[in-house]
Design a protein around this ligand. Sequence first.
Ligand code: FAD
Length: 420
Amino acid sequence: MTFTLEGMHAETAASDALAPVLEADFYRFQQTLTDTEQRALGRIRAFLDAEVRPFADDHWEQARSPRHLVPRIAELGLYANAFERTRHFDNSALFRGWVAMEISRADPSTATFIGVHSGLAMTAIAVGGSEEQRAEWMPKLAAGELIAAFGLTEPGHGSDTAKGLETTAERRGDHWVLNGAKRWIGNGAFADLVVIWARDVADDQVKGFLVRTPTPGFSATTIARKQSLRAVENADILLEDVIVAENDRLQRIGGFRDVAVVLRLTRADVAWQALGVAVGAYECAVAYAAHRVQFGKPIASYQLVQQKLADALAAITASTALCVRVSQLQDEGEQTDQQAAMAKAFVTARMREVVALAREICGGNGIQLGGHEQLGADIPPGYSVARYFADAEAVYTFEGTYDMNSLIVGRAITGIAAFV
Ligand SMILES: Cc1cc2nc3c(=O)[nH]c(=O)nc-3n(C[C@H](O)[C@H](O)[C@H](O)COP(=O)(O)OP(=O)(O)OC[C@H]3O[C@@H](n4cnc5c(N)ncnc54)[C@H](O)[C@@H]3O)c2cc1C
């Protein structure tokens, strides 16, 4: 699963400092990373603080994906992270998780923008593509020359795609004809390449197709009025007699069980992303509580506020422990579907608790983008607890809802599938 990208990471060699351990990393889990990885993390954090967080509220409000960041994200090697070992960072699941957390901590929409491309779509090609397909697509995707999307969900099928998927693929000679509709597809409105999952009418198996856009019969409409992860441009996609060459069918996908392999690998990353949402919101609340004065004292001095902060930090710490372990298991090749499902369910539930506590601490200013600016205090732009609060809802729902991931664990405990 490795390929080379000569020279891509030259710039990232510039700094040698290890990333400082975050105050929200109470048990110093970051130190489970290698020094090489911690140095890379420092460079990534500097990029996020300078180029992502300060502009995140504006992108969110304008519902605009930060596409101008693509070259910088590629330069930092973030698209290639999962697939390539370089002298600047290893390609461990643990490091990939930390990176997902850091990006989400700055901006959950940017984390999703990257995650859909390099997590879902590139992993689908890495897992399901032939050698030739990987050689053709992965370098271009890693370099950000092309942007990809992952089309699984449909208007009528979200949690039950394994059994319910209705998009059809019909083989005609050396090509396939796709028909159907997809919903909620991140990056779908502007992607150059969309991995479309469709059911083969001949054998009823789900297969993967690399659909190059624009192509006749393919149309994508941006979903408007979204109130979570607004800076991710999700699309409704229509496929009307879309022709795809047999060469563009993912050659190593034999059925939905192979799609499940992709989701197993990416679901743990989404747990890390949820952790980043929680950390981002918690940091907003800590900064706000230190500056907001009521009854003549900073609200941070009141017991009830400290209780909320302590509860939030404990939830973050427990979540970090789970994320670290699930990634270690992935690196050892031992991670199971149910372990990934538990991590996603547990961490997203804790994330929801933390963003609610953090929003509460920020009072009325916590429901406005940039609300903390009312304090006139020295808190940098982008510390908007309202954004994390709203974004948490989508992260809670995608890559398997809390319910579905819990039921996957429930099936492992009891041997009984409660959801079919
Ligand atoms: C911002 C965003 C980005 C997304 N990006 C992508 C993407 O890039 N590609 C993609 O393919 N999809 C994407 N999705 C879709 C996402 O994966 C689905 O929303 C998710 O799988 C849930 O499906 P659904 O919304 O249809 O909800 P439903 O499946 O309709 O579920 C509704 C509710 O019913 C519950 N439920 C359903 N079945 C059961 C059961 N058997 N037992 C108990 N409870 C049940 C669910 O837990 C949930 O609470 C995205 C979604 C969002 C919101």
